[in-house]
Write a protein that binds this ligand. Sequence first.
Ligand code: APR
Ligand code: PHB
Length: 397
Amino acid sequence: MPKAQRTQVGIVGAGPAGLVLSHLLYLHGIESVVLENRSRTYVEERVRAGVLEQNTVDLLCEMGVGERMKREGLVHYGIELRFKRRGHRIDFQELTGGKGITIYAQAEVLKDLNNARIATGGQVLFEVEDVGVHDLDSPMPKITYRKDDADCELHCDFIAGCDGFHGICRPSVPAGVLTEYDRTYPFGWLGILAQAPPSSEELIYTYHELGFALLSMRNSQLSRLYLQCAPDEDINGWSDDRIWRELRTRLASTNGWKLTDGPVLQKGVTGMRSFVVEPMQYGRLYLAGDSAHIVPPTGAKGLNLAVTDVQILARALEEYYSKGSHNLLDSYSEVCLRRVWKVQRFSWWMTSMLHRFPDDNPFDQRRQLAELDYVTSSRAAAKTLAENYVGLPLEDH
Ligand code: APR
Ligand code: PHB
């Protein structure tokens, strides 16, 4: 006989979406249980992105999990666009009325959230197996899973599918209900985490005839850098020396700027795709984050979009439990998708402007350079980039 448990909201996945949702619900007095099939260590050590929009920073502070981020995060008020070996700063502060971004690794955000969940008696179950979701179009859906070799059932009012792109929630929606929108890019990113002091105060996005390059960072001792590569690039073909040589070539600048290298602690290749599923809800299942949409990392939006999804979902669940109203739950998908498509547009635009496409001809390359020249010489165009990069305001609904 499976061990049965009852809760209000069952959450599959302890990534940013699942943990932010669980803690937001707790702050609204709503119970939840988070089911994660990996270990806590694995989830907290996974190297992922690290750019937080102003809205994400404000929300984490409001939730009471922003203290370490405030202490250790790097606040930036601009980025550099580099092309033809010259850098051009996009001044967020001037262009967005004072907004900025915070560099703070996703892994650190997850550590802070896990600590807060556990400190407040939250239930985050790691290393569960065989998670399945059922009765989604009934008033009491359930999640089945195995924990410590025991069959378990979690009966809920609602299920939040926060299990990422490769999770089980989206595929559990009956065929024909969801529509998928997809674009894969003919390149990937080779990323490194290096024990090297960042060679720039702010992020540097570079357009180069050999391909895109990005200089980012984690703190005063750790740099994070990316190179455009083939989608199926073999990382074994890239010695650390070759990586630094290629970075030096692509990031080269006429003003004598130098790239400081150091031991490569971690390296890997990731594919690039844009993906959206509509709607983001089926019955009592609500999809949030990467389970519903993927953006190419050029706009640094993946984490932030997951956070705004669950911010919208938490408000809707709060309205349901406090007023018995379904209004915000019924509009959840539509409200999220409006933002998702704007963020998809921005991420596609940054990717298209800064990468070399194998099928492009010299006209296309001149057009890309003209776009970069326009964005860095027109205040209106720079403002568009800036307001999207720091994060579009969350719409009241
Ligand atoms: N059962 C339980 N947990 C699962 C299952 C499953 N079947 N499948 C996946 N998970 C877990 C994963 O191990 C992961 O910890 O769900 C979590 C999903 O987290 P993310 O992939 O981080 O997705 P999300 O929370 O939506 O955050 C999106 O995170 O990874 C970045 O680039 C991504 O920035 C984006 C953001
Ligand atoms: C990162 O710091 O990992 C990072 C920064 C900006 C991006 C993508 C990744 O666009």
